[in-house]
Design a protein around this ligand. Structure first.
Ligand code: PMP
Length: 428
C-alpha cells in the first residue's frame, strides 16, 4: 500500500514507531504534509492549512516562492556547485556582493561576513567564541527569557530551564539578567548590569559580551524599548564589553527593517543571522563581525556545511526581491493589519488577553487565563485549518509568524480563524 492510501492514523505510524521521541512541532500539527505554496500547506488528504508559523519565521517569502525556485532549478540544471565547503564559488561571490550592496552599504555598516555551520546555534557559538578570544574574558551576560540555540555554548546563554536541564552537564560562564518584558514593575536592568560590571564585590567578572534579542521571540514576543536598547549599547561600549545581537528570528525584515536593531539605530559588534536569510528555507547561517574583531586564525571555527550553494543562490534572489518590493514598508503595512485585528477583534473577547509585537511578529498573551489556554487555541486553529505555534513561559503566548508576503486576504482568513479559535476556547 502506498503512503497516500493509508488512513491518517496509520500514516503517522512510522514516525511514532521509529522516530525519536525528541520530535516536537509535528506533535502540534499531526498530519502528513505533502506540498506547500506561499502561505498554504497541503496534507496527504488534500486538506489545506494556512501557515502562520512559516518554519519558525524562516519562510519570509512563503513556501516555494517561484522567483527563487526558478533560479535554483536553473542552477541545478547547469550543474552549479551544490556543496562547496568554504571554496570560492560564483554563487557565494554573488551572495556576498548582494549582501554588501543591498544590506550593508545602504546602512553605512561595515561588517565582515563569516559563514558558519548552517544552524543558528552554530553562528551563536562562533559569536561567543570570537568575543571570548578577542577580549580574553570568558563570561557572557544574557537575558532571562532569551533563546540562542541548544548546542552547549549557545544553550548556556538560553534561559529556558527545561532545555538547559537536557544538557546533562554544566552550562558555564553566563550570567542572566532580567529583560525589560514588563514582568516586574520597571526593573532597572541597566543599572543592575552596571552595578555587576563595576562593583569589585559583585561576584561576577566583567564579561566578554552581552548577547541580546531586540525582540524576544521564543521568550514570548517581547520587543525591548528603543531607549533601553540604546542605553544597553552605551553601557557595553563604556565597559569594553562586546554587544552581540541575535537576529536569527527577528532579522531579515521580520521586525520591519532588515535588521531588528535598526529601529534603535544600534551598531552591534557582532550580529547573527540565520532562518530567513536563504529565502527558501535552505540551511544557512551568518555571523557579521566588525573588521577589527576578525582575529580568527584560518579554520579556527570551521564546519563541513558552511557552503550550501543553493542557499547562496536563494539568498541572493531574496535580497534582490526584498529591495524591489520595499519589503520593510510592506511588513509595516501587513503588521498593522494583524495588530488591528488582534487589538480590535480578538483581545476584546476577554480582558485577560494581551497583544504585543511589531513588524510581522505578533503575540497574543494568554498567561492570565488558565494554563494551557494558548495551546488549546493553537490546537483549535489547526482543526480549523491554521498552523500556528505558541511561545513563552508555559507556552502561554500564541505566536503569529506568517510569511512576510502573505496576501492580505489570507492574513484576514488566518486572523479570523484565530478569533474563532479564541471564542471556541473561551467557551470550552
Ligand atoms: N536564536 C534565536 C533568536 C532563535 O529564534 C533560534 C531558533 N529558534 C536560534 C537562535 C537557534 O537556531 P537553530 O535552531 O537554527 O539552531
Amino acid at each position: 500500500m502506498m503512503a497516500q492510501d493509508l488512513p491518517d492514523a496509520l500514516a503517522l505510524q512510522p514516525f511514532e514507531a521509529h522516530e525519536s521521541n525528541v520530535r516536537s512541532y509535528c506533535r502540534s500539527f499531526p498530519t502528513l504534509f505533502r506540498r506547500a505554496k506561499g502561505t498554504v500547506l497541503v496534507d496527504r488528504a488534500g486538506r489545506e492549512y494556512l501557515d502562520f508559523f512559516a518554519g519558525a519565521g524562516t519562510l519570509a517569502f512563503g513556501h516555494n516562492p517561484d522567483f527563487i525556485k526558478e533560479r535554483l532549478i536553473a542552477y541545478l540544471e547547469a550543474d552549479g556547485i551544490s556543496h562547496g565547503l568554504d571554496l570560492y564559488t560564483e554563487a557565494k561571490a554573488e551572495f556576498i556582493d548582494a549582501f554588501v550592496r543591498l544590506v550593508l552599504r545602504p546602512r553605512g555598516l561595515d561588517y565582515r561576513l563569516q559563514f558558519t555551520g548552517p544552524t543558528g546555534a552554530n553562528a551563536v557559538e562562533a559569536a561567543l567564541k570570537l568575543a571570548r578570544k578577542f577580549t580574553g574574558r570568558s563570561g557572557v551576560f544574557a537575558f532571562s527569557g532569551g533563546y540562542h540555540g541548544l548546542s552547549l555554548g549557545s544553550l548556556a546563554a538560553t534561559a529556558n530551564r527545561g532545555k538547559r536541564a537536557a544538557a546533562g552537564t554544566g552550562l558555564h560562564d553566563v550570567t542572566f539578567v532580567p529583560y525589560p518584558d514588563g514582568r516586574m514593575p520597571a526593573p532597572d536592568t541597566l543599572a543592575w548590569i552596571e552595578r555587576l560590571f563595576t562593583d569589585s564585590h559583585s561576584g561576577v567578572e566583567l564579561p566578554a559580551a552581552l548577547i541580546v534579542e531586540t525582540v524576544q521571540a521564543e521568550g514570548g514576543i517581547h520587543p525591548a524599548p528603543v531607549a533601553w536598547l540604546q542605553d544597553l549599547q552605551t553601557l557595553a561600549q563604556r565597559h569594553g564589553v562586546l554587544l552581540i545581537v541575535d537576529d536569527i528570528q527577528v532579522g531579515c525584515h521580520r521586525s520591519g527593517p532588515f535588521f531588528s536593531f535598526e529601529r534603535a539605530g544600534l551598531r552591534p559588534d557582532l550580529v547573527v543571522l540565520s532562518k530567513a536569510i536563504s529565502g527558501y528555507g535552505l540551511p544557512m547561517s551568518l555571523l557579521l563581525l566588525r573588521p577589527e574583531l576578525d582575529i580568527w586564525q584560518p579554520g579556527e571555527h570551521t564546519g563541513t556545511f558552511r557552503g550550501n550553494q543553493l542557499a547562496f543562490v536563494g539568498g541572493t534572489a531574496a535580497l534582490e526581491r526584498a529591495a524591489e518590493l520595499g519589503l520593510a514598508a510592506l511588513v509595516e503595512q501587513k503588521g498593522s493589519r494583524c495588530r488591528q485585528w488582534l487589538q480590535e477583534r480578538v483581545a476584546p473577547l476577554d480582558a485577560r488577553l494581551a497583544v504585543r509585537g511589531l513588524g510581522l511578529i505578533w503575540g497574543l498573551d494568554c498567561a492570565a487565563l488558565p494554563e494551557g489556554f494558548a495551546s488549546r487555541v493553537s490546537a483549535r486553529c489547526f482543526e480549523l485549518g491554521l498552523v500556528i505555534e505558541t511561545a513563552g513561559r508555559q507556552d502561554a503566548v500564541l505566536k503569529l509568524l506568517p510569511p512576510l508576503t502573505t496576501p492580505d486576504a489570507q492574513l484576514d482568513q488566518g486572523l479570523a480563524v484565530i478569533e474563532q479559535a479564541v471564542r471556541d476556547s473561551l467557551r470550552g
